[in-house]
Design a protein around this ligand. Structure first.
Ligand SMILES: O=C(CO)[C@@H](O)[C@H](O)COP(=O)(O)O
Ligand SMILES: [Co+2]
Length: 215
């Protein structure tokens, strides 16, 4: 069964506490928090101040996805406000190895996120150092987009790389995950699924999480 990480980006921001409490009452293990800076991605979402309040209510693991330029400037701040995982993009980090070591030295799990255009082999020399690979199955910046089909092959390639390199990273898929495609994504090798609109757009979000988990 996959780990489920509902993305708060799709919640009603006027009712964030209700959204976090709904996730608390569900079978989800992680809470995915999308931080966007209007530079690396065209959208601006929320930052450490919001996460600090979310952390006071959530009982789940805080999986922070940094879609920002020079993310290392903010590692300390995100740790302080409650991140358990910090995911950074391979596309924004010229010193990725150093940044990953820094996240782990703070006692957090380190994830590397990879955009749809970046090939799986780029992970070859970092895969043994990371706890999570966050595979973007949409172009980052917005919720509610359609899953890019070639991600399925990419998941298989990354899974193979993990086996070949005797690595232990979890594969987390982010973007366009639905009740219809979740089973195929898990069958390809995904360990975790981020879901924004599928969860928060559902009439019964707790049931949607249950269905994703059992996909
Ligand atoms: O990082 C991102 C988007 O950039 C995601 O985490 C989205 O928030 C997922 O939303 P859905 O595609 O599930 O609606
Ligand atoms: Co995300």
């Amino acid at each position: 069964m996959a780990i489920i990480a509902p993305s708060l980006l799709a919640a009603n921001f006027l009712k964030l506490q209700e959204a976090v409490e709904m996730v608390n009452s569900s079978e989800a293990e992680w809470l995915h928090l999308d931080v966007m800076d209007g530079q690396f991605v065209p959208n601006i979402s929320f930052g450490p101040m919001v996460i600090e309040f979310v952390k006071k209510v959530t009982t789940k693991v805080c999986d922070v996805h940094l879609m920002i330029e020079e993310p290392s400037r903010y590692f300390e701040q995100f740790k302080k406000t409650g991140a358990d995982h910090i995911n950074i993009h391979i596309e924004t980090c010229p010193r990725l190895h150093q940044d990953i070591q820094q996240i782990k030295a703070m006692g957090l799990k380190a994830g590397v996120a990879i955009n749809p255009h970046s090939p799986a082999w780029l992970l070859s020399d970092i895969i043994r150092d990371v706890d999570i690979v966050l595979v973007m199955s949409v172009n980052p910046g917005f919720g509610g987009q359609r899953f890019i089909p070639h991600t399925i092959d990419k998941i298989k390639e990354i899974k193979q790389l993990i086996v070949e390199k005797d690595a232990h990273a979890l594969i987390n898929i982010d973007g366009g995950v639905t009740l219809e495609n979740a089973a195929e994504i898990v069958a390809a090798g995904a360990d975790a699924l981020v879901a924004g609109s599928t969860v928060f757009g559902a009439k019964d979000p707790v049931a949607a999480i249950h269905k994703l988990k059992n996909a």
